[in-house]
Ligand binder design. Structure first.
Ligand SMILES: C[S@@+](CC[C@H](N)C(=O)[O-])C[C@H]1O[C@@H](n2cnc3c(N)ncnc32)[C@H](O)[C@@H]1O
Length: 229
């Protein structure tokens, strides 16, 4: 997912210039991967980006989804700097976060220590992650990436476990002028169709136009809470 352009309405005063070098021309997949890792390490910890763009609060859909859940084992997929993982740990969940941005994970670990919390972090490319079966009571995919991850989520959740999923609707490609070969987001009703077909019970699904929980830009979002039957 690209770091989205600045929405002037979401910042106080004129939008700051948030620049990052472009990827190398004709990058190999390995070079592109390294570039993305560096870019996320940079933005997730950058003071200006955090002050003007980032919502450091836990994802509101997640907060609502776990309100009445007994704590168990949670995996925060593409965790970032830990806003959701630390919230769950504070509620008593045993939380593991995976992300390839190792500096963001280190930041989360520092905050966990300061709060007296235990957080397990895995610095790894999600594409090589094992998704072992029946491991988790909760899977969090908060602006994780551009895959629905249905098969992996179904395998890795324990029966009765929940997945909380929020990301951009595919409409965002128009606003961001995304090139045809780099489209992001999810189509109307794509997620509930995929998760229902895989045997999940849909507990909540909405496509609201509202401020994105991650970067505070206003776009159409997709919000899913589903339970593995
Ligand atoms: C939009 S951020 C969301 C962070 C976090 N889930 C949140 O809601 O605050 C996307 C995250 O995915 C991570 N990421 C992207 N591609 C990845 C990959 N292939 N393997 C592991 N992490 C990846 C980035 O480092 C970044 O932390």
């Amino acid at each position: 997912m690209p770091v989205p352009p600045v929405d002037p309405d979401s910042a106080q005063g004129p939008p700051p210039v948030l620049s990052y070098p472009p990827p190398p021309a004709h990058a190999t997949p390995a070079q592109q991967h390294e570039y993305e890792r560096g870019r996320w390490n940079h933005f997730l910890l950058d003071d200006t980006w955090r002050r003007t763009r980032f919502n450091a609060q836990p994802n509101a859909l997640l907060v609502e989804a776990v309100r009445h859940q007994p704590p168990g084992r949670a995996l925060d997929v593409n965790m970032g700097e830990g806003r959701n993982a630390l919230y769950l740990a504070q509620l008593g969940w045993q939380v593991t976060g995976i992300d390839f941005a190792e500096q963001a994970l280190a930041f989360a670990q520092q905050r966990a220590q300061a709060l007296g919390l235990v957080l397990t972090t895995i610095a790894q490319d999600l594409r090589t992650f094992a998704w072992d079966p029946d491991q988790w009571d909760l899977l969090v995919l908060s602006y994780a990436d551009d895959s629905a991850h249905v098969a992996e989520v179904h395998r890795a959740l324990k029966p009765g476990g929940l997945v909380v999923f929020e990301n951009f609707h595919a409409e965002v490609n128009q606003a961001w002028n995304t090139p045809p070969d780099q489209q992001v987001g999810f189509a109307t009703d794509e997620l509930p169709a995929l998760y229902t077909a895989a045997g999940f019970r849909i507990l909540h699904y909405k496509e609201p136009v509202k401020a994105a929980d991650f970067t505070r830009e206003t776009h159409r979002l997709v919000q899913l809470v589903a339970q593995k039957c």
